[in-house]
Every structure is written in C-alpha cells, then in structure tokens.
Design a protein around this ligand. Sequence first.
Ligand SMILES: [Zn+2]
Length: 167
Amino acid sequence: MVYEIKIYGNESLRTLAEPVVEIDAEILQILEDMVETMHEANGVGLAAPQVGINKRLFVIDIGDGIIRKVINPEIIELSDVIESNEEGCLSVPGIYKPVKRSVHIKIKYTNENGKEVVEEADDLLGRAFQHEYDHLEAILFIDKISPVAKRMVTKKLQLLKKESTKI
Ligand SMILES: [Zn+2]
C-alpha cells in the first residue's frame, strides 16, 4: 500500500515520534508500505511522521542494493567534520537547499528482524541517516538552511503550508 505523503504544514511533521515497543506484524507491514511509498515517490528515504505515523521508524534506499528498515535509531557519534550539500525532502516538494551536516555518523538501530545493528556511514548514506533521524525529532531540513536560503524559500513554504492545511 502506498501512503499519502504529508506535506509541510501538516502537524505530524512537527510531532516528536514515539519509540516502537514491539516489532509485530503491524510494524513490519508499515515498514513494507513505507518502502513502497518511498520508491513510488523516487525518494532515498522516508520517515514514519511523513506518512502520519507517530513512530520511530524510517526507511532508506540510496541505491546501494540494501533497503534499510530502521527501528528506534540512536545516534552514537557524529563527526566534527562538516560538509554542506544540497538536500530535498518528499514532504517539502520543490525546495532544494544546502544543509551542513557531519560527514560521518555512527548509528545504532533495530532492523526488521529484531536484530540490533550498529552502522557507520558517510557521504550520501550518512546524510540520509541524519535527515531521516531529524524527522523523528520533528526537525525538517529547512530548519537547518542558512538565513539567506530561508528567506529565498519563505514564499514557497507559505504556499505549501496553505495547500497542506486547506480543508
Ligand atoms: Zn525528509
């Protein structure tokens, strides 16, 4: 099943996600459906709050042959080395701006088999982990862009918000 992706202005994007207590059939189905939704939207990542689900779950597929299903992630380490790179988000369509992030991340999570995974990642994967983790904390990439970039997208953001909160 493909979910409807919540757009900027939807309150689910600004709600702190709750930990997953038990990995049951429902959680596995949500993860499956999130992967399907991400692929249909040609995204490299999708977090549960983006489809209106208030749980600490996200999926990532950067095209390296591994579809990551991430449950209750914890960031263990972020490098001091920062890099700025352009980002976008399925919940903020049409806006792409540079975001400064750590080049390297060490992250711990439970996978769909209930196994604890510790993964170290950099470049695109490291950035995707940080971007998706932020969603669980109710943070969007546009919160982290420069003030100048922010001013450039203010109008677009207002339009997205107007559209997504329209009844
Ligand atoms: Zn996003």
